[in-house]
Design a protein around this ligand. Structure first.
Ligand SMILES: [Ca+2]
Ligand SMILES: [Ca+2]
Ligand SMILES: [Ca+2]
Ligand SMILES: [Ca+2]
Length: 422
């Protein structure tokens, strides 16, 4: 027997022993997607009420609330990219189906509506699609469907066990796990294009890897592996390089999910003799118990929160209009975020502007109002509920066109185009 085969056989025995317990509770191989945003609530799966329920809690572990409230088992929550809905799976119909509900647990609806077992749903970053697993073709495959449940399509088409889909934040790729490299039950992390083409093995180890979760900037993947002899949360670059142990604890550490602001990772560990949701900084420091409950808690998914951006108000016209004004003047750039969100709303380094080609934009409109300003500044008016960013332009921009790029700290970009005259 070759060393690789022997190691794989050992890994398989370890997996059967170690995975069996969590699988019996439906806790293994979560699907995760970390989309950019502000950090909202953490949804998770718990058995504290005698059957599997989806709970929500604040990021500090307070206000743990039952969202699914159904006597059947409710599994593997995953937030929509705008944080308003949760996809999950439930066996309330006698077999496992993909369900959706609002963030408060209302409106629970069967989306997959099949005779097979459909599980581990993952919402695409633009909200239009949901990836999930299904055994309808005789073995586990990654499927994708529209967010309303229509057009269910097999993406993997492989006789191996394909599982745990996670969309990249730009929506072009899906990471997943598969034992197709063999032997059976030894999983690697793969990435494929969102249409199922271009499948690439990222981990290629003799150990078991699972539960890929993209960082919100798309550069890294968190995952778990038993490479070190016990389950650990690891991080690697999106091309599979730089694999690093983050959890470094002798207990089982699995099911990581990145926070929408990229600074933290939630995960599942049994280090306290009980399955709990922990949070740590993205470098592995500061590991803290959030759930503190005697029930089995796992499968965390972190809610992305987005500002309710209004578009720009006058005197600035929204795209595709080219706003015309005198170079060197100061422009009041007005917008609303649905209330007072404080003055710390911009991503570092923003707003900024970049030169664009003038004749690519035909519709022009004058900026009817300018102000006098020594430099750029941000203020909030509580009467109108409006923000005003005074943008000080430069005289040297005469006879050029520029795009103002406002990036908010929920990760969203907002743009307006300007043509500068003398
Ligand atoms: Ca339940
Ligand atoms: Ca398969
Ligand atoms: Ca560990
Ligand atoms: Ca617990």
């Amino acid at each position: 027997m070759s060393t690789k085969k022997a190691f794989a056989l050992l890994a398989r025995i370890v997996v059967v022993l170690v995975v069996w317990l969590p699988v019996s509770g439906g806790l293994m191989q979560t699907t995760q997607a970390a989309f950019p945003g502000m950090n909202g609530k953490i949804a998770f799966q718990t058995f504290r009420d005698g059957n599997a329920e989806i709970y929500g809690m604040n990021p500090d572990g307070t206000s743990q609330t039952n969202l699914s409230n159904n006597s059947a088992n409710d599994y593997v929550p995953n937030w929509s990219p705008n944080g308003t809905r949760i996809v999950f799976s439930s066996d309330r119909d006698g077999h496992i189906q993909v369900y959706v509900m609002n963030a408060d647990g209302s409106g629970q609806t069967n989306l997959s509506n099949s005779a097979a077992n459909d599980n581990k749903p993952a919402w695409s970053p633009n909200g239009t699609k949901i990836a999930f697993t299904s055994d309808r073709d005789g073995d586990q495959e990654i499927y994708v469907m529209n967010a309303n449940g229509s057009s269910q399509t097999n993406l993997t088409n492989n006789t191996a066990y394909d599982n745990a889909a996670a969309w990249s934040p730009d929506g072009t790729k899906i990471a997943f796990t598969s034992d197709r490299a063999g032997p059976s039950l030894v999983n690697d992390i793969y990435v494929m294009n969102a249409d199922g083409t271009g499948v690439t093995n990222l981990t290629n180890t003799w150990a078991n890897e699972g539960s890929p979760s993209w960082s919100p900037d798309g550069t890294k993947l968190a995952f778990y592996t038993n490479w070190d002899g016990n389950w650990e949360v690891y991080v690697m670059n999106a091309d599979g390089t730089g694999q690093t142990n983050l959890s470094n604890n002798a207990a089982m550490d699995i099911s990581a999910d990145w926070s929408p602001d990229g600074t933290k990772i939630v995960f599942h560990t049994n280090r306290d003799g009980n399955d709990e949701i922990y949070v740590m900084n993205a470098n592995g420091s500061g590991q803290t118990n959030l759930t503190n409950n005697v029930g089995v808690d796992g499968l965390p998914s972190w809610q992305p929160l987005l500002y309710n951006f209004s578009g720009f108000f006058q005197p600035v016209d929204n795209l595709p209009t080219l706003n015309k004004l005198k170079a060197g003047s100061a422009v009041p750039v007005k917008f609303s975020l649905g209330g007072d969100q404080g003055l710390n709303i911009f991503e570092a380094g923003y707003p900024r502007s970049q030169q664009i080609v003038c004749n690519a934009f035909t519709a022009t409109d004058g900026v009817e109002e300018t102000v006098t300003a020594g430099s750029s500044s941000l203020s909030y008016d509580s009467v109108t509920n409006q923000y005003t960013y005074v943008w000080k332009t430069d005289k040297s921009w005469t006879n050029t066109c520029r795009q103002l790029v406002v990036k908010l700290n929920d990760g969203t970009f907002h743009r307006a185009n300007f043509n500068f005259t003398k």
